[in-house]
Design a protein around this ligand. Structure first.
Ligand code: OAD
Length: 238
């Protein structure tokens, strides 16, 4: 694939881009968070039934996040952003901050941020705030209204963040590249269909073919940290 001066690149990353940093994926080989199933723990119903269990899951992930570092895939994407400027758009399903740590400037976290917390009461006027604390024995409460605090992440059954902006970017992109996503969780799994309908070229990078593999013009079966640095180098050189 070549990137011409008139191309706009939309990159969608999934859990696979952080796998080589040591963060487990949700699905695929080796993908499960120490016995937790995302579909059982990442839901409003789970939080309602057992908020401490849900906080324990996210606290474990917060602790793990503090031990890991970006890998060559994150750095390659940051380099691509430096080269393409505003013709590059990065949308991640990941709640980790590894893209930012690698130098990516404009990252849209459609499923929220692991290191942020917000009030669980929709009508509360308080705002999400940066928070790396682990809550494992006592539940945190909102300083404004006293309701339970929750992780600032999108759970199954909730609407992902900033979809309008995502669709606007998708509609004007000429290339869509997905990295490390199993292609089963909507709406992200359908981005490639939309991009393709608009005439964009589409490419997937990851060691296993995703569920939506037939929507991609090109599937590069390789680990992101091994494939992306070379791919980006070639694109930048061309
Ligand atoms: P998944 O865990 O579903 O899929 C991870 C993908 O990464 C799999 O297809 C693996 O083959 C691939 N993979 C593994 N190692 C890789 C590597 N080194 N390089 C590249 N790819 C690799 O993750 P997502 O598709 O991101 O949502 O999952 C989507 C959403 O489901 C998540 O954001 C989360 C989850 O439940 C919520 O929590 C709302």
């Amino acid at each position: 694939m070549r990137i011409s001066p008139s191309d706009r690149l939309f990159v969608l990353t999934g859990a696979g881009v952080s796998a080589e940093s040591g963060l487990p994926t949700f699905r695929g080989a080796g993908g499960i968070w120490r016995g937790y199933r995302a579909t059982e723990v990442a839901t409003p119903e789970a939080f309602h039934a057992d908020p401490l269990m849900v906080w324990q899951f996210y606290s474990m992930r917060r602790r793990k996040h503090q031990e890991v570092k970006p890998n060559p895939a994150h750095f390659a994407l940051a380099e691509l952003e430096r080269q393409l400027g505003e013709r590059f758009f990065l949308c991640t399903q990941n709640v980790d901050s590894l893209h930012e740590q690698a130098g990516s400037q404009r990252v849209l976290h459609m499923h929220g941020r692991l290191m942020m917390t917000r009030c669980s009461r929709e009508a509360c006027p308080s705002k999400p705030f940066e928070d790396s604390a682990a809550y494992e024995t006592e539940l945190p409460k909102c300083a404004t209204c006293g309701a339970l605090l929750r992780p600032h992440v999108c759970w199954f059954g909730e609407v992902p963040y900033e979809l309008d902006r995502i669709f606007a970017e998708l509609n004007r992109s000429t290339i869509l590249m997905t990295v490390g996503s199993s292609g089963v969780v909507e709406p992200a799994a359908s981005f490639v269909r939309l991009a393709r309908r608009n005439g964009a070229r589409t490419i997937y990078v990851g060691p296993e073919a995703p569920a939506n593999h037939d929507c991609f013009d090109e599937v590069v079966l390789a680990k992101a940290g091994e494939a992306l640095p070379g791919m980006v180098k070639d694109w930048v050189a061309a």
